[in-house]
Every structure is written in C-alpha cells, then in structure tokens.
Design a protein around this ligand. Structure first.
Ligand SMILES: [Fe+2]
Length: 544
C-alpha cells in the first residue's frame, strides 16, 4: 500500500510517505520553504499545503501522484462545529473546515495526476494517536495532549492489535494545550511555537499561583478535564516581546507548568485504569513535547514504559494520518526521515563554493579534536531529522565543560540566555552521569544530572540541576557515537553539547548549501559536512 500523509490545517505543515510497510520519508515544509513553522498558525492560512515536502516525499519513494493508493489528511472537516458553539472566540475558525473540504482539489492541483477521490480525512487526534501508538511494536495506551483538533483538545485510547479504541476525548473550549499557548502569548512569546521557552523559564520561578490554578484547572475524574477562564493580567502583567522578564512572569510560568504536570499525571492514571492493564503509554500532541511533564509521567505514573513520538506536534500528524490509513504497526526506529546527500554530492557543493576542505581519516575524530579545544562544530551528517529536535544529523556541537558555552551558543543562535542547551551522551555512560528515563534517543524527557557531574558539565546543567538528554547508541548512530568516544578520550567527558543547526528565527539547516551559508555567517570553527572538514582559521579559547 502507498500512502501519502499530509498535515496542513493548523501549523507546521508536513508530509510523509509509507510504501509497502515502510516509512520512506517524512519532512516539514519549513525545511524546504525556509519559513519557520511553514506558515502562520491562523485560520486564513489553513489552505496552505506542504507542497514542496509532499513532492519530495513522492520523489524519494519513486512514485508519481497517480501511483498512490491513498492520501491521508490529518483533519476531518466533518467533525467541525461552529466556533461559538465550542466556546471559542474566533470569527474565522470556519475557514479551517471550508479549506479542509476543498483540500482534495487543492492537493490535486499541487500534485498533478492525483485523484482527489483518494484523499481520506483522518480525525486530527486519531492521526496524533496513530503517530504514537502505531510507532511502537506492542499494544499501548495512548494519550494525545494537544491544543485542539476539530472539536476536541485531547484523546485517551488504547491500541490493541493495531486498532484504536477511543476511551475518552475532551471537547473544546477546555484545552491544556491552549492554556499553555495563552500563557506563552501573555509572556511575550510566539504561541504554537515558543512553548518550550515557557517550560525553560518555569525553572526560574516559584509556583506561587499553584493554589489558584488547582481550582481553575482540574481533571474531572472521568478521563477529561476542565479549564476555567484565567485572568492572566491579575497574576503578572502582560509582557511584550523583548521586554524584561520579571519574577512574576517566571512564577506564573512555574505555576502553570506544575499544574499541567499534575493534571497530566491524573490523566495518565485514569488512562491506565481505563485501558485495562497495558504497560506501555504512548504520547503525542504538541503538549507531549513538554519534556519536564513527560519525565514526571514516566517517573510517577503507573506505566512501565512511556514512549513519545519525536514529531509530537502537528508535523507528526502527516506520519500519523498515513499510519492510521495504512493500519499496521510500523515501529519508529529513526527520526532521520528527511533529505540526505551522497558524499559525491556534498563534495560537489564544496567545490562549487570554492572553500578549502579536507577529507580526514575520521570526521568524528576531527570534530572531537575541535570540540576538545573548545571550538564550535556545525555537524551535518546523513538525512535530516523529522520533528523539532536536532539529534546529531543537523546539529551545532560544543564543549559541555565551559560555563560560557551556553552564552556563546545562545549568541550564535540569537536565543534568550535563560534557555538551556542540551547534552548528548554515549549510551554506555548515561547511568554514570544522569538519572531518569533510559534510553532517551529523541530528547523528550528531562533528567537529573548526578551531583558530582554538575560542575564538570555546567554548560548543559539547567538552573534546577536537570538536563534534556539524548542518549547515543552506537548501533543506531555510529558516527556520533565515535565522536563522543573520541571526545571522552581527549577530555574525560562522554558528553557533548548538542543544539539545532540554525541561526535565529530560521528553520534548521537542511541542504549542504544552507550548512555552508550558516558556516559563513556564524562563529563556527568547523563544518563537518558528511566526511568532509571545513576549518575556520583561528585560535581557540581555553576552557574556564
Ligand atoms: Fe495537533
């Protein structure tokens, strides 16, 4: 069966393709259009399709649009209700249903030769659920934790034998995801985009509004929850972008974060009972990118195993819709589902750019040497990642032992200084340094840094003593693993700073040309482009 999955309606438009039981490709439109998140998250952008990502997915699969058995579209306009009826204040919300109804014709225009009759609407939260539940090999309970779908904000279910049994869904306007988006907006960040900044800010505050939030945001004991209207202005004054962050802002972030964690734990416990003995919980939906909450669900919830879809936000519904229509478990083994280039193609790009380059015996050892001298490495290897995290394919790497690394990295990327940077660690050494969920190959949980290591890797230890760890396993990521091994040999530290390969406000680097552009415009010491090394001539600063 050949299924193309499409996410278009809300944000992060993306495409994925499954051919004969294999996920061949998946990618966000932003990596092609170079517009962060692909489009604005507003109703009048609902028509915008992931045209470039979809065309590339088909090309990667060697298919023409007419070869497809189905196009799975992650929104079902038949489930939509009037915005006012749902308690939403949005006069343009109906545009989503209007555009979705016409999506088959739009898609046939974007992909000439496609039969519009092949387009199937998959309910938004069924698509999220499938992206998680059908990505693990075993039966699982599933929780979709989202801002909103057609008319609901969450789904609790159970996957048995590849079939989804929906146990509960919470109707709008009650939404934990929209609650967090409102807070994000109130704190002067971009909603549907910057929620992770609020999560980072929460670590700096005291949850002094928790009592009030416990009254306003509550699990209902029946699998759902209620979110009453919150007078944000009364708690902390609204902040505009760039304005100074106050203690009240951090305290508000801490309070909402804590309450979110508590309610999610209630939902996880309810789902465990309702799903009847399933020991794995799978998570998807934008709120499932909250790695602090995920870590608490894993540590304090009733499930033996918690697995989170790496593309938990809406971009993952392209894969999820395709999985739902394909109808079988296809275990997720790698996020490297985007574009890649052969060594010959990479070398041709270097020649075209006329930059001096070498092909060292080991690019991993070359990069580890630069990192050990406290240099910054632009690390471009293999296919790009699907989902918001850089996982060692399009990464910016640095030394974890220098307290100034965080400032330097945040400067390169134009990020707020309160935002932590994350470590990757050789899997074999994880337990020596960190506590918490293992394995963690997709950076979806926070971990405690063992006290004796906090001063050795200060750059990646957040103010609350945690780190968002990626475990690197040699069998899955041999080149990154050997980089970590070599770095440990040189420094005694099996940990490297890993952040996404992009500069401020831009999507992650996808093509080799974009990697060269970043190298030319940012203070990066080495570009490791596949097996090739491009050095910037300079001296390195010492580790403080
Ligand atoms: Fe969603």
């Amino acid at each position: 069966m050949r299924v193309l999955g499409i996410n278009a309606i809300f944000h992060d438009p993306s495409a994925a393709v499954i051919v004969d039981g294999r996920v061949v490709a998946a990618a966000e439109e932003e990596r092609f259009s170079r517009r962060k998140h692909g489009k604005r998250p507003v109703p009048f952008a609902a028509w915008e399709l992931p045209e470039l990502a979809a065309a590339w997915c088909l090309e990667q699969a060697g298919l023409r649009p007419g070869d497809l058995d189905a196009v799975a579209y992650s929104f079902d306009p038949g489930l939509c209700r009037d915005a006012a009826e749902m308690g939403l204040d949005d006069p343009w919300d109906h545009l989503r249903a209007d555009y979705a109804r016409r999506a088959p014709q739009f898609l046939a225009t974007a992909l000439p030769g496609l039969d519009p009759e092949q387009v199937r609407f998959v309910p938004h939260h069924v698509a999220h659920a499938a992206s998680a539940g059908l990505s693990v090999p075993e039966d699982s309970a599933v929780l979709v934790l989202d801002g909103r779908g057609e008319r609901a904000s969450h789904l609790a279910g159970a996957y048995r034998g590849g079939r989804l049994d929906v146990l509960c869904g919470q109707e709008l306007p009650h939404s934990l995801g929209l609650l967090y988006e409102d807070l994000t907006r109130h704190l002067g960040f971009l909603h549907s985009s910057d929620e992770y900044k609020v999560m980072a800010l929460a670590s700096y505050g005291q949850p002094r509004f928790l009592g009030l939030l416990r009254e306003l945001v509550r699990a209902d004991g029946d699998g759902g929850f209620t979110v009453e209207r919150i007078d944000w202005d009364a708690l902390a004054k609204p902040r505009t972008a760039g304005e100074e962050m106050t203690e009240a802002h951090a305290d508000l972030a801490a309070s909402v974060q804590k309450r979110l964690e508590e309610v999610l734990l209630d939902l996880a416990r309810w789902t465990y009972r309702a799903a009847g003995g399933l020991s794995t919980l799978t998570l998807a939906g934008g709120t499932a990118l909250n790695c602090v909450a995920n870590a608490r669900i894993a540590a304090e919830g009733p499930f033996e195993r918690v697995w989170v879809q790496p593309a938990a936000g809406d971009s993952g519904t392209a894969l999820g819709a395709a999985l739902a229509v394909n109808g079988e478990h296809l275990p997720f083994t790698t996020a490297a589902l985007g574009r890649g280039w052969s060594d010959d193609e990479l070398e041709a790009e270097l020649r075209r750019a006329a930059v001096p380059y070498t092909r060292p015996a080991s690019i991993a050892a070359e990069a580890a040497g630069v990192l050990a001298r406290n240099g910054i490495v632009a690390w471009y290897q293999g296919r790009s990642e699907y989902g918001p995290r850089a996982l060692g394919h399009r990464s910016l790497l640095a030394h974890p032992g220098d307290r100034d690394t965080q400032t330097r990295m945040n400067d390169v990327k134009g990020r707020e200084q309160f935002r932590p940077i994350a470590p990757m660690v050789r899997a074999e050494r994880f337990h020596d340094i960190f506590e918490g969920v293992y394995p963690s190959p997709y950076m979806l949980f926070v971990h405690r840094v063992r006290p004796d290591w906090r001063d050795r890797i200060p750059a990646v230890t957040h103010v609350d003593g945690t780190a968002r760890v990626q475990t690197v396993h040699a069998e899955d990521e041999p080149v990154v693993s050997s980089l970590l091994t070599e770095f440990e040999r040189l420094t005694g530290l099996p940990v490297v700073v890993n952040t996404s390969l992009n500069t401020a406000g831009r999507p992650m680097v996808d093509t080799p040309r974009e990697a060269l552009e970043l190298f030319g415009s940012a203070p990066v010491d080495l570009l490791a482009l596949g097996p090739f090394a491009v050095h910037r001539a300079q001296t390195y600063r010492s580790v403080e």
